[in-house]
Design a protein around this ligand. Sequence first.
Ligand code: GDP
Length: 202
Amino acid sequence: MNRVKTDHLGSCKFCFSVSELHQLPLKMGKEVVFAGRSNSGKSSVLNAITGQKSLARSSKTPGRTQHINFFSVEGSKFLVDLPGYGYAKAPKTLKKSWENLLTNYVTARTQICGLVLIMDIRHPLQEKDLLLLDVFLPTGKPIICLLNKADKISKQRFKGAEIKVAKTIQFHSANFKVVSFSATRGIGLAMARKTIIKWLEL
Ligand code: GDP
């Protein structure tokens, strides 16, 4: 993995998790939210970005996978791990309630200063990714799409995947980046960290 300075993100710690929005403390600082399909590598991406091997293990603890998990950076700013969506085996009603939690969160939360959308580079823009983009894009807030597992395809194919995603988003927002990424190889890591550090004003 690339040796990139983790800056302030390295001090990130698991703070708390909630399953309903009314459980949230009223006063909180800026947040960067992480969203993606289950198995897109969201936990691995969070670990890579913070330079911590098992930070996002807390999100995988049984009982917490359907929660919104908060990781604090420098005390008052947060990386927020939203529940992974599109898990095929989950009951329909449960899936619907996760989706509602997710869409309510990204639209209602004024503290959000940016969205990190994680997609498998081989299968970007699945139905639920598009649903999330549909609700988030009107907020006008910035997005970085991390096309994860880029180590699974040849470098020559990175650009094609990036263009496909960019073409979909560019009609709705000028405030986005699309980056080929690999949590395991460190591809795109410096750009992802730089973007998050800027959004959170660290
Ligand atoms: P989550 O369910 O979205 O949190 O995904 P995980 O982080 O648990 O990863 C799901 C699977 O994808 C695991 O087997 C990971 O080892 C694998 N994975 C995650 N990121 C990468 C990556 O960048 N490259 C490769 N090849 N595999 C990855």
